[in-house]
Design a protein around this ligand. Structure first.
Ligand code: AMP
Length: 542
């Protein structure tokens, strides 16, 4: 027997309508690429999103068409999120930090019809435009006065002109909730990027899951500043979750340096923020150098890479900010787990509490997880056994756009490529990417654990560990370190520091100092490059 409840589709456009009706005067503040701070309300954002949809219709956009954005976090990008998806097209967010040839590849692979571009990214588009095969229009995300005079893009359209004469009375269509809504290519470190195609249903369910108290815990009283870019898995879904609950949003634009972020945090009384570890390193360094404190920020989500313990402790002790360590991936919309302690953890000694907080956290309802060994056999949830992490759920991908990569699921589960433990309280801890784990004498060494231990040294700005071929042990760890400016540090001191903090046989066989640790376009340590750089390198123990 079926239930007798209404079968209303879950659609993204309902989120902005809900926000406009119930939180119409709540602010959305943006540091614009043009310079000044822009402020308006959810109601105005809704009206302008409708105008965007009307403008797209006027440009001949059809349901299912891919519309690309090359843009930072700002109000026009927010309007595009709703305007494009809401009229049934697909919002394809493009990471401008990718290599130019990757940008060309994904624009062509997605068959983008229109590209919306922030003005400081127009020079990039100018260089690449001749290689775009399907793009019919390029739109500068600004008003006419701010279009750079020297830009050479024929027939360049201007965002404000496009929407100026539109009525803003658009009646959003209703369609199947499984309709594609947005597209984000993963910054694969090998091979071509692959497209993850989100649906209205997956996006709205993810927003519900993300809003839960033990996930991001957002409400109409929250003031949210997403540092994580809107081109990286939809800023971890925050533009949707914030609209769902009516939180004030503060968009930082292109200025993600410590000083600019700090200024926005303080001026806009930001309570909640989210980003990858590298941005927090810069912010903390800026605040320490200038002896500044944070007066309103209470929560910082750290994800995308493991949050180093030193960062968790510094945020907590020096700035009164609770770090919510989170894990996810583009293929998961992205939220998989968020770390909130349970009641029973409060009684634990400080070191054990920190050990819990270092884990990547618990999944909200909607994310199923299991770990398996090489033969696919499920491993125990005892916090010790580690294996390949598999996930499934309504906001997890079933396959890549246009079938790239073939059938990716294993019996209905998505293999994350991460190696993890699960414990009886539901906490997951990543020990490595499966391709980064160091296989020494048949046992596995976690590069993340070693990196975390090294990053706790006061002289270390950033640390990365890779496995290097070894005649006896197969692989042994090499620690690569970027020192803090002026730090006095050598190999012996670092190995001494690590001794006792990790198992003896985990101690790196060598330490190499580099000017800078390389990062991917989404802020992860670029281990493929480090492996390249240290190719043929012989460990002193080999
Ligand atoms: P992306 O799809 O670019 O968001 O990358 C997803 C990958 O980033 C995951 O599969 C993990 O390997 C890594 N990752 C994300 N969050 C964390 C975290 N908190 N700790 C360790 N690795 C993480």
């Amino acid at each position: 027997m079926l239930g007798l409840m209404q079968d209303r589709p879950l659609l993204i456009q309902q989120l902005i309508e809900h926000a406009a009706l119930n939180h119409g005067d709540t602010e959305i503040v943006s540091r614009t690429v043009e310079g000044p701070i822009h402020r308006y309300t959810y109601k105005e954002a809704r009206d302008r999103s409708r105008k965007v949809a009307e403008a797209l219709l006027a440009l001949g956009v059809k349901p299912g068409d891919r519309i690309g954005t090359l843009a930072w976090n700002g109000y026009r990008h927010f309007e595009l999120y709703y305007g494009i998806s809401g009229m049934g097209a697909v919002c394809h967010t493009i990471n401008p930090r990718l290599f130019p040839e990757q940008i060309v590849y994904i624009v062509n692979h997605a068959e983008d019809q229109i590209l919306f571009v922030d003005i400081n990214l127009l020079p990039l588009v100018e260089k690449l435009q001749s290689q775009f095969k399907t793009v019919r229009h390029i739109v500068a995300m600004t008003d006419r006065a701010h279009v750079p005079a020297d830009v050479k893009i024929p027939n360049l359209l201007v965002y404000e002109d496009l929407i100026a004469d539109k009525p803003g009375t658009y009646d959003w269509p209703e369609f199947d909730e499984n309709t594609a809504s947005s597209l984000c290519y993963t910054s694969g470190t090998t091979g071509n990027p692959k497209g993850v195609l989100y649906s209205h249903r997956s996006t709205v369910l993810h927003a519900y899951g993300a809003a839960l108290p033990d996930t991001l815990g957002l409400s109409a009283r929250s003031v949210v500043l997403p540092v994580v870019p809107m081109f990286h898995v939809n800023a971890w879904g925050l533009p949707y979750t914030a609209a769902m609950v009516g939180a004030k949003i503060v968009f930082p634009g292109v200025a993600l340096d410590g000083a600019s972020l700090y200024e926005l945090f303080e001026k806009e009384k930001v309570v909640f923020t989210a980003g990858v570890p590298t941005v927090w390193l810069a912010l903390i360094q800026y605040m320490q150098a200038n002896k500044l404190k944070l007066s309103t920020v209470r929560y910082a989500v750290i994800g995308g890479s493991a949050a180093p313990p030193a960062m968790i402790e510094t945020f907590d002790k020096e700035y009164g900010v609770e770090v919510l360590h989170a894990w996810g991936m583009s293929e998961m919309s992205p939220l998989g787990t968020v770390n909130h302690p349970k009641e029973k953890h409060a009684a634990l000694p400080a070191a054990e509490q920190l050990a819990v907080r270092l884990k990547q956290g618990r999944p909200p309802y909607g994310v199923d997880m299991k770990i398996v060994d090489d033969s696919g056999k499920e491993l125990p949830r005892d916090g010790k056994a580690f294996g390949d992490l598999l996930v499934r759920g309504p906001w997890i991908t079933s396959g890549y756009f246009k079938g790239e990569g073939g059938d990716v699921l294993r019996d209905g589960w998505f293999p994350t490529g991460d190696v993890a433990t699960l414990d009886p309280d539901g906490y997951m801890q990543i020990t490595d990417r499966s391709k980064d784990v160091i296989k020494s004498g048949g046992e596995w060494i976690s590069s993340i654990d070693l990196e975390n231990a090294a990053m706790a040294h006061p002289g270390v700005a950033e640390a990365a560990v890779i496995g290097v071929a070894h005649p006896k042990w197969d692989e042994r760890p090499l620690l690569i370190v970027q020192k803090k400016p002026d730090a006095q540090l050598d190999k012996a001191a670092l190995i001494e520091f690590l001794s006792g903090k990790v198992a003896k046989w985990w101690l790196p066989d060598d330490v190499q100092f580099v000017e800078a640790i390389p990062h991917t376009a989404t802020g992860k340590i670029l281990k493929t490059r480090l492996r390249e750089d240290f190719k043929g390198y012989k460990l002193p123990t080999a």
